[in-house]
Design a protein. Sequence first.
Length: 652
Amino acid sequence: MNDRRSGTLVETAPFAVVEDIRPQVDGGRFAAKRVVGESVVVTCHAFSHGHERVACALRFRPWQGKWSEIAMEALGNDRWQASFVAESIGRWEYAVACWTDHVEAWRESFARRVDRDDVMLAARVGAELVAQCAANATGPERETLARLAATLADAREIPELRAAAADETAFAIARKHAPRAGGCESPSLTLWVDRERARFSAWYELFPRSTAGKPGEHGTFADLEERFDAIAAMGFDVVYLPPIHPIGREKRKGKNNTTEAGPGDVGSPWGIGAKEGGHTAIHPALGTLADFRHVVRSARLRGMEIALDIAFQCAPDHPWVREHPQWFRKRPDGTIQFAENPPKKYEDIYPIDFETGDWRALWQALRDVVAYWAREGVEIFRVDNPHTKPFAFWEWLIAEIHAEYPRAIFLSEAFTRPHVMHRLAKLGFTQSYTYFTWRVTREELTEYFTELTQDASREYFRPNCWPNTPDILPYHLQDAPLPAFRIRHVLAATLAANYGIYGPAFELGENRPRDRGESEEYLDSEKYEIKHWDLARAAPMVALITTLNALRKKHPALQSDWSLAFHATDNPQLLCYSKRAGDDRILVAVNLDPHGVQAGWITLDLEALGLGADEPFTVADALGAASYPWRGTRNFVMLDPAKQPAHVFVVS
């Protein structure tokens, strides 16, 4: 190992070993993730042969910046730990240096020596070691070490030598400048640091075309802005818009996904592209680019951001179909292959052929789409079906965008196999949709969220939990009463730091399936028609949503995921869990049955709550405005979903 601090590169045989550095994703192939201001706790195993003592240092820096270094603490059994705070957005790197700690080994040995001649000789050895350290130091630290070396070399009284060897301040300086004999340094590992919204956010999805004041009218960006005050008042900070581009006319779908569109049918926003333009154009009925810029500014004035949908697919009359026919796959009869998942057919959408020989130009064009909207002030992108495009493409595109726009956040809409979802997260997607949409029972929720928050995948996979989407009316919400929607909202908003809803369908408890029990499509889906929602009926759900979002913003415990702990219940219809940030503690008990009263005993994990075994505490219900004195592990709850499906307790 080269001793970097001495100014000379002295090659020494490597004796020390560093293993099992954490966090580490796939052996360092991918970056772990944090947000600005978070502490990055790094652990490792480090040791040497025989009884040699070692010392370790954690080295870290922003990408290609100046290295910083801090000493690591020995935890026992060759385990070491230190932490640093990532203070800026972007890529960071960190490594562990380990070397033979001759200085500390000498002090430990010296303290055990009793024979005078042995002590005097050992002191001279120590003086030589400290002199070597002094040679690497400068200024006052060098003077301190020179005095220590002189004392060890010249003193003749054992008490004086013992006192010198016990000088923690001086020997801390000595260890700082000690030659790193027999040392090694691990390969650098990478860390991607996002802004805080990557860890904590509440999303509200709505279709701009359904925001007009009168039934049947096509909404505009101005109409959308009229909704912003209400959305902000509910406590959401991300307004997610489905595609805002021109919608294809060829093969346009009608209401309920029928193959024949009527004269007034508006088509699916995901059928992108028409004569007015493609992925960088705006549907003329919504407004102009200037209007969109006003929307972005208007959202920011209310503490919210606009998230845009990125859907890399084309309608048959998208300009690219004419300009770049090589980007689409042709069938034997010469027609272009439309999207399908037999027996389902999506004639209004042409998938892009990523196996085209012109793939470099294709990739650049798709990258330019994202960069275009980033230049317009959009910093959040929800990406449609990323699992149907090559992994290498996403790794390249996200890196390209982050190089110029490091604040960009990418949400992966990949409801697919676990390994595929996780690979996308490793490649750079900031957040990921989850299976929460379909996890219903106590056992399912406990198992899944334990995986999300305690498994090693938490280093790179940030869950974003949605009870519903425009594509998914899950079976447990089909024909379900409003309490079912209230239950799912409490779960999403308190189990996960990132969550979202598709509104106003969710606030209104929209529960009508197109094919009852056979699909998760809505009847009269907003994907294919303009809706006029009766927002006055949403008041009960709006009150709950507003209360929960205010709690999330007030309590740091609800702003991250890793502290989640589950508590046992004797009734399978009751789910209990907590989150904690220092002294801020939130305890949630949810009735999972939307149809009837459920009661039972909770057995609390007091250690997870940071409470003593017999310590009295108070739980104040933020939803019911009542508080209860509790003591010990077992406590009783009863919840009527028609009145209040959950307790969200603030523990004090």
